[in-house]
Write a protein that binds this ligand. Sequence first.
Ligand code: IZC
Ligand code: ZN
Length: 408
Amino acid sequence: MDQLIANIGLLATPVGSEAKKGQAQAEILLIEDAEIGVEDGIITYAGPRNAAHKAKETVDCEGNLVTPGLVDAHTHLVFGGWREKEMAFKLAGASYMDILKGGGGILNTVEHTRAATEAELEKKTSGLLAEMMRHGTTTVECKSGYGLSLADECKQLRVIRELQKKQPVDLAPTFLGAHTVPVEYKNDRESFIRLICDEMLPVVAGEKLAEYCDVFCETGVFSPEESIKILSRARELGLGLKAHVDEIDSTAAGAEMAARMGCVSAEHLIQASDEGITQMAAAGVIAVLLPGTSFYLDKPYARARKMLAEGLAVAIATDFNPGSCPNLNLQIPMALACLKYKLSPAEALTAVTLNAAAAIGREKTMGSLEPGKKANIVVWNAPNLEFIFYRFGSNLVNKVVIGGKQVC
Ligand code: IZC
Ligand code: ZN
């Protein structure tokens, strides 16, 4: 074999090539004194130590915990500027929506992203990706949505395409043209929706700049009817569907909309209704939950236990963005998932590996440590699984391996 990931104190991984729903989310495999063999970047063995194994290269895990590489299934990674100035408004009591309605928030980031060149965005995003990788993230979903014009949305998506060629973290691009209505269409939202459907989506799909189309379906942003129009066009053009729903309130019934449209995932779901959760379970929509955003906006936490009890598959992601959650370390939402959602460490591990991979269509190739999957692996400075959810705040990553190669 090419690489042997040796001397693993405890290997912890979900098993299989499909999202784990409900009770099954807690079923993980734990193997003490294990090792992983890799050939051509793919796992060929994952099991107990075997003295007969020989490899060209060895990665010594020094008796530590090993898990699959973390999959961050919801980020707004490519953006110009930051929004630290909004902190003062927040502290004075302004809500996320107050700031957006006042022309700040997403619109502030749109201004800075439009002003940035592709090279500037690429340099900044490359640094952010390297930081994510050092925190154990080996796959990242990246949404556009700060361009809101054909040229600027494509600019963001091209940055992702270029970076996929230049660095090892796997990237899943999502088109989020329906993030908000830009100022120039403030009094003519119908024309903006037409622009998305008739001009942006055909180019994005035609040039294969994105795998998914997402919409921010929320009171005051895009209505369920508008979201359905955009997502239907995206589906016709062959894109997978996602939706930001029920983050602020449930009056737009976003979870119900996501179920009706057969979205792969519905994301946020802080205020999702009982009916919405039931419909998502029936439609097999994955719940991508973002506890870092609840923390940062001082909002309630999504009802993860209820979702598991109703048989949903739950994934956890950072929501990394310059406004509502400027944290890119997935270890923080992992701890919050246990502390606030009351997930067990096993359920939370599945939420950031196999279920997160399923939320971006990568469950057959990533998200678990089994023969046939890509050798994306985190070695932790931790003796057991509980430890990485318990000792929050420090970066507990010891080594990261992508496709069998140690990258940090
Ligand atoms: O830039 O505020 N919720 N979109 C929907 C975001 C948060 C990102 C932002
Ligand atoms: Zn988001």
